[in-house]
Design a binder for this molecule. Structure first.
Ligand code: HSE
Length: 410
């Protein structure tokens, strides 16, 4: 039982994930000792009220940062790396905001930095991108990387709950961050997409380069009307190469049922990686939760104890492409009289926007026009929508939601 070189872990933060991790280390110590010849145990623990960081750093062989947020996590992680201690972090805000600085410190001292748990919980997206697909030229990564919003959208679609009711349920189940604004506003997903983009493209991508929008304005009607076209609504992160640059963005988007992300329901996350060499692969699983996230942290620990290298060279700056091509769903409430459709079509045509599918339904005193466009430059589409919104027969403000057109395996 006592076999294996003793490895002391300095644990920063003992919340839901930290507590679960401490328990897992104890439960899995024998298995890890057999696998790596090293037996980990928790040495010092730092919480907001107990422990001394300097002492813990000195006494530990590996630092595990599960505090979250930028400060003081940034200072602790940098100091550990500079002291040559391997670091594991689950902190998406930290890695997506200060990645370049952390990687430089890691490269300089040679101390590896692992953060599998920062993106999509226990799904090994980072390991797959950095190891298994190291030889592939990744063209695009799509992700459902926020469990709270996926749960809300699933409940709105399947149980007919309102947005507020579904959010309350997600909070009660513990999926949401302490402040759910980052979840429903898209910021949490944007941080995770920045990290995936950095690793997939080998470029210096940070959180402030990600364009994002959340799901706060989505209504049950949007989801219901889009069923006419067999569309499923998800909060989708996209990181892709475009004309020598890249675009990283997070938006609510409709998917066709045969897209691999369309069948990812509830609080599950999924990441799809596309490359000419591999077509596409999709990984899915729990994206949050104490023991699930702790399992990803433990996986990183095993990698460190096994000597897997994880220092990264300096990355070139990313060139961000602002205006991308997207397909859109458009919902209009209009007066039902001759010439209306012609004027709407003319406004779309004026801006080079082409309709793929169209449906009109009569309401007691008006008509509801719902259409899906072919992909077009977003600037063109929004110019057309502004022109349509100003037409005298248009009632409520037009509703536009992106559509992801790709279908795989169909
Ligand atoms: N609040 C996050 C989510 C937890 O809903 O996915 C994991 O980062």
């Amino acid at each position: 039982m006592g076999d294996g070189e003793a490895i002391k872990i300095g644990l920063l933060g003992r919340g839901t994930v930290g507590g679960a991790f401490a328990l897992l280390v104890e439960q899995r110590a024998d298995a890890i000792a057999r696998l790596t010849g090293k037996r980990p145990s928790i040495g010092g623990v730092l919480t907001s009220s107990t422990g001394d960081f300097d002492q813990i750093l000195e006494d530990s062989d590996v630092i595990v940062e599960l505090i979250g947020g930028l400060d003081p996590a940034r200072d602790y992680v940098l100091r550990a790396l500079k002291a040559g201690k391997p670091v594991i972090s689950a902190n998406k805000a930290l890695v997506s905001t200060h990645g370049a600085e952390l990687f430089a410190a890691s490269a300089e001292s040679g101390a590896p930095l692992f953060f599998e748990a920062a993106v999509a919980g226990v799904i090994p997206a980072i390991r797959v991108i950095e190891e298994s697909l190291a030889g592939a030229h990744v063209e695009r990564v799509h992700g459902i990387v926020n469990g709270t919003t996926n749960y809300i959208l699933t409940e709105m679609a399947n149980s007919g709950l309102s947005y507020d009711e579904a959010l309350k349920q997600a909070q009660d189940l513990g999926y949401a961050e302490a402040d759910p604004t980052a979840d429903v506003g898209g910021g949490d997903a944007a941080a995770k997409m920045a990290i995936l983009a950095r690793l997939a493209f080998g470029l210096d991508v940070s959180f402030d380069q990600v364009v994002f929008e959340g799901i706060e304005n989505i209504t049950s009607e949007d989801i219901a009307y889009a069923r006419e076209f067999d569309l499923v609504l998800k909060l989708v992160g996209t990181a892709e190469r475009i004309n020598g640059g890249i675009s990283v963005r997070v938006f609510p988007a409709f998917l066709y049922p045969s897209h691999p992300l369309a069948s990812v329901h509830g609080s599950f996350n999924a990441v799809t990686v596309e490359s000419p060499a591999i077509t596409e692969i999709t990984m899915s699983g729990p994206g949050a939760g104490g023991v699930q996230t702790a399992s990803a942290v433990l996986g990183d620990l095993v990698s460190i104890l096994s000597g897997v290298p994880r220092t990264r060279g300096e990355a070139a700056p990313a060139t961000i492409v602002d205006d991308v091509k997207s397909a859109f769903y458009l919902h209009l409430e209009v007066e039902d009289r001759p010439g209306v459709l012609a004027e709407v079509a003319a406004a779309l045509g004026n801006h080079d926007v082409s309709v793929r599918n169209f449906n009109q339904q009569g309401t007691p005193d008006a008509a509801r026009l719902v259409m899906v466009m072919h992909p077009t430059l977003e600037s063109n589409f929004f110019a057309a929508v502004a022109e349509i919104a100003a037409l005298p027969f248009v009632g409520a403000a037009p509703r536009a939601i992106r559509v992801i057109e790709e279908e795989f395996g169909s």
